[in-house]
Ligand binder design. Structure first.
Ligand SMILES: Nc1ncnc2c1ncn2[C@@H]1O[C@H](COP(=O)(O)OP(=O)(O)OP(=O)(O)O)[C@@H](O)[C@H]1O
Ligand SMILES: [Mg+2]
Length: 166
């Protein structure tokens, strides 16, 4: 397997068109997420939230972007050897991409299950590890794609439309 896709019903054509064309973004932001650095993880999502706010994006959408991006940043810090967050902003949506340095996810369907977590003691002591991050990313996204397998880097990317009403 190693591949997971979710597209909000009704958006299939737009989302598939975007992923096959991969057009140039109007604006881009990039940040680093070092392993187990829970101070740095969170900065990328805060930065993109502030930028979208200045661009006049509505508060409900801002909240969804901030929640999904924060959960994904924390996952890179908590479960991987570190990675990067890349935001690409278009007229109609934001595309955020997380790439880490492994060790990957053996079973993505299992990882998506609410309550499933492999968080270690140190991560749990910081209040993470409820196993709700990935379900929360899905809930807040209009499209979610994960590519991962055990022993390899993980790619997680999502799209959130500025006009959507969820
Ligand atoms: N980038 C990643 N690299 C490797 N494994 C990951 C990654 N992201 C998630 N996982 C795996 O998926 C599991 C579920 O992730 P999820 O975000 O739902 O829960 P959690 O991070 O364990 O807890 P919470 O997000 O509620 O603090 C993780 O425990 C981990 O096993
Ligand atoms: Mg998590």
């Amino acid at each position: 397997m190693g591949e997971y896709w979710y597209i909000r019903p009704g958006l299939e054509e737009s989302v598939n068109g975007f992923f096959s064309a991969q057009p140039e973004a109007d604006m881009a932001l990039e940040s680093q997420i070092p392993e187990k650095d829970f101070n740095q993880a969170g900065k990328g999502s805060a930065e993109v939230k502030n930028l979208l706010k200045r661009l006049g994006v509505n508060p409900g959408i801002l909240r969804r972007v901030a929640v999904a991006a924060y959960e994904a940043e924390i996952n890179v810090a908590a479960h991987s050897l570190g990675g990067t967050m890349m935001c690409r902003i278009y007229d109609e949506f934001i595309h955020i991409i997380f790439k880490d340095m492994g060790p990957g996810i053996a079973d993505i369907e299992q990882a998506m299950t609410p309550g499933y977590s492999t968080a270690d003691e140190m991560v749990r002591e910081l209040g993470f590890g409820a196993g709700l991050g990935l379900p929360n990313i899905k809930k807040n996204s209009d499209a979610l794609h994960i590519h991962s397998e055990r022993g390899n880097p993980t790619l997680l990317e999502f799209l959130i439309y500025f006009m959507s009403d969820e």
